[in-house]
Write a protein that binds this ligand. Structure first.
Ligand code: SDX
Length: 431
């Protein structure tokens, strides 16, 4: 419940408005401007929402200055080290650590929803083989809204629960089949005797011609990557899911909208763009050229995997990812990976350069993830689909929270109109 003890005074157009100020559990106070237009006849203006809270949430908290990320109060460092992805899914969906019995029940329910309706295969086959797997995922996840009619009454908590389980369970199958289709190999069905991450790796890399043994090192690394990407407050794709869901749209269609937004190189597409950038740099001696370009206002080039709207310190996920990259590549015997060396040297040079230090640009979650995924055998085109399958639990948890929030309304921002005033229509012969 929001407290209304404090207020902010605003003097505008000769009026003095007292606006309620609400205090959070963690983070800055917020000024409640819901009555601003009605009482003050003005809008606020905040393109990109750099200073705007769009909702009240209990799910994830980021302290950008301290480089802290909490899922339901549990730190990402603790969860990455001590938990596993399906337990993190439970925490994000239901708010607390599960008992052993609750966890077993949840994992059993997810495991038994990993298959797709057999007819959904036809959607994959409608794409060109060279379609980007993110395009395929947007299409196939959107198509789920045409297949699962028994979980679309968003007013029914049980149907919301079923839709959430279905989304979390089926996304690895969809991502794996998008990959298989792109490489011309047959789809591999999920297996109920494998854990979530192992199932995904097997669906990606198994072939009918020979058995596939899941490497436990890679499975643990993949599970940790999923945990690190699971949720992140009101980022662009989560805000897209909330906005789509605020109209009462089909939950699967809302997740498809989130996937579309995540694809952009400024957001989840940065992991693919970052590895391609590191490969373009190629060797350590070419780093200064790219640092110069990143600082050049006339050059659109940016250091992909660097900078963040919220983190003005090290992204805690990047720290864990960097440790995991060292561990996985070392265990795979490729610790001298040139791309990893370029990434580490690029990070070192950038963090000594005043341009990056003054703008508080640090490596983000996308800077090291691609190095691990490439070492696992994934093409760069699969990096963002893996981000999408990991973020699905965050999107669906935020969507559930919004739908259940009695104060939620359809999202409908206003604007600062700077176009032409009213003017008369002129017949074409008179122009
Ligand atoms: C994700 O929101 C989330 O939580 C997202 C995410 C999640 O988990 O959901 O964390 C996932 O999207 C991580 C970010 C992945 N994107 C990239 O790595 C792409 C490269 N980074 C940038 O495009 C940029 O840093 C953003 C988009 C991430 C943030 O941009 P902002 O907050 O809008 O900041 P800005 O563009 O206004 O930049 C501030 C200044 C600018 O210089 P000035 O105009 O002030 O002179 O910093 C510069 C920018 O030019 N800058 C960079 C830079 N990022 C910002 N300069 C060079 N290289 C960069 N990467």
């Amino acid at each position: 419940m929001l407290d209304n003890k404090k207020t902010a005074t605003l003097n505008v157009h000769g009026r003095t408005l007292e606006l309620p100020v609400h205090s959070p559990t963690l983070g800055p106070d917020v000024i409640d401007i819901r009555k601003l237009y009605a009482e003050g006849d003005v809008f606020t203006y905040d393109p990109g929402f750099t200073s705007t809270a769009s909702c009240e949430s209990t799910i994830t908290y980021i302290d950008g200055d301290e480089g802290v990320l909490l899922y339901r109060g549990y730190s990402i460092d603790d969860l990455a080290e001590k938990s596993h992805f399906l337990e993190v899914c439970y925490i994000l969906l239901y708010g607390d650590l599960p008992t052993a019995e609750q966890l077993e029940d949840f994992e059993t329910r997810v495991t038994h929803h990993t298959m797709l309706h057999e007819q959904m295969q036809y959607f994959f086959r409608g794409f060109r083989r060279d379609a980007h797997p993110m395009a395929t995922m947007v299409g196939v996840v959107g198509a789920m809204s045409a297949f699962y009619h028994d979980s679309t009454d968003i007013g029914d908590p049980w149907q919301r629960e079923v839709a959430a389980i279905r989304m979390i369970a089926k996304m690895p199958t969809i991502a794996a089949w998008a990959y298989k289709y792109s490489v011309g190999q047959p789809f591999v069905y999920p297996r109920n005797d494998l854990d979530y991450a192992s199932n995904f790796l097997r669906m990606c890399f198994a072939v009918p011609a020979e058995d596939y043994e899941v490497n436990p090192i890679l499975a643990r690394a993949m599970d940790r990557i999923m945990t690190l990407h699971a949720d992140h407050e009101q980022n662009a794709s989560t805000s897209t899911v909330r906005l789509a869901g605020s109209s009462g749209a089909n939950p699967f269609a809302c997740i498809a909208a989130g996937i579309a937004c995540l694809w952009g190189p400024a957001h989840g597409g940065a992991n693919q763009a970052c590895l391609e950038m590191l490969q373009e740099i190629g060797t350590v001696d070419r780093i200064p050229e790219f640092i110069r370009r990143a600082k050049d206002k006339d050059d659109p080039f940016r250091l992909m995997g660097f900078g963040h709207r919220v983190y003005k310190n090290f992204d805690p996920r990047a720290k864990v990812m960097k440790q995991s990259a060292d561990e996985v590549l070392g265990l795979l015997g490729v610790e001298n990976n040139e791309t990893l060396q370029v990434a580490k040297e690029l990070e070192r040079i950038a963090l000594e350069d005043d341009y990056f230090v003054s703008k508080k640009l640090y490596p983000n979650v996308d800077f090291y993830s691609g190095i691990i995924l490439e070492a696992m055998g994934f093409p760069t085109s699969m990096f963002t689909p893996i981000f999408a399958l990991s973020r699905t639990v965050g999107w669906i948890s935020q969507w559930k929270e919004m739908i259940a929030d009695p104060s939620q309304k359809i999202g409908r921002p206003r604007q600062l109109y700077v176009g032409p005033p009213h003017r008369p229509y002129i017949e074409v012969e008179d122009r």
